[in-house]
Design a protein around this ligand. Structure first.
Ligand SMILES: [Zn+2]
Length: 270
């Protein structure tokens, strides 16, 4: 079963509903009359942030617990297929703006003596790391953009995510290694012509033409004379698909000389 996706409209309606609960938060913090004239904005911001964190944690916790209850009490071992009893298991999980206890189930196979998790983590897009996938994305993006793991860790911490420098370093290396392996796999698939084409109609033959040069430019709208003259690179590319008739014998094999029709699929310049 695929994950149900929510439209922007549906998410907006949930946000409007939660916004209404803001009135309850204000009432709980300051009473029916709301904050007095001595309350500054920073205090209001702290209250709203605490309430938003609580809402995020509560919603995530509820959804995770309800989902975990649907995991069967017995699950076949992925190695030997023995039906194994599953036990409740929890772990701390860091998500965007929340720390939650993730409820799941774990099983122990008496035949192979291995512990395994029924495939709920795969459905959730989680792995053995104690971070949600969006948090991992945030961490590795920071590690890629900043010149040191220490700076990247500080940047991630500023978003409210509790992470250590060693965790940032380890995740960056692991994800980097996965990207290297994925790139190398694609190179091999390309060489073996195993890559799935990204176009529905595969042309019989294609031509890629490129050319470039240097042109002298001057400032626009600067009146008579040459202003701010400078050399600029000019690049032109043409991608063309070729289609020609097939000859039984004695045919010239050059598509143009054989009277092929040439259709330019796309032009781009500069
Ligand atoms: Zn087993």
């Amino acid at each position: 079963m695929s994950t149900p996706r929510f439209t922007t409209k549906e998410l907006d309606r949930l946000r409007e509903l939660a916004a209404e609960w803001g009135k309850i938060v204000s009432k709980r913090a300051f009473g029916d009359d709301g904050p007095g004239l001595d309350v500054d904005f920073r205090t209001m911001e702290q209250i709203a942030t605490a309430a938003a964190q609580g809402l995020t944690e509560g919603a995530l916790q509820q959804m995770l617990q309800q989902q975990a209850r649907k995991v069967p009490r017995q699950y076949p071992c992925p190695d030997c297929d023995t039906l194994c009893p599953t036990e409740p298991h929890t772990r701390a999980l860091t998500a965007q703006g929340a720390q939650v206890e993730q409820a799941e189930r774990i099983a122990h196979c008496p035949a192979c003596r291995r512990d395994f998790f029924p495939p709920l983590r795969a459905t959730l897009g989680l792995d053995e790391h104690a971070f949600s996938s969006s948090v991992i994305q945030c961490i590795v993006t920071a590690a890629a953009r900043f010149s040191s793991f220490r700076d990247a860790t500080d940047a991630v911490k500023m978003t409210g995510i509790d992470v250590s420098e060693s965790q940032v370093r380890r995740l960056a290396h692991e994800v980097g290694q996965e990207l290297i392996e994925a790139r190398d796999r694609k190179v091999i698939e390309h060489r073996r012509r195993q890559l799935v084409p990204r176009t529905e109609v595969i042309p019989e033959a294609v031509v890629v033409e490129i050319d470039g040069g240097r042109i002298r430019t001057r400032a626009a709208g600067a009146g008579p004379g040459v202003h701010e003259a400078q050399n600029k690179e000019d690049k032109v590319a043409c991608l063309a698909t070729l289609k020609g008739p097939t000859f039984v014998s004695g045919a010239p094999n050059h598509p143009n000389r054989s009277g092929a029709r040439v259709a330019c699929a796309a032009w781009c310049s500069r």
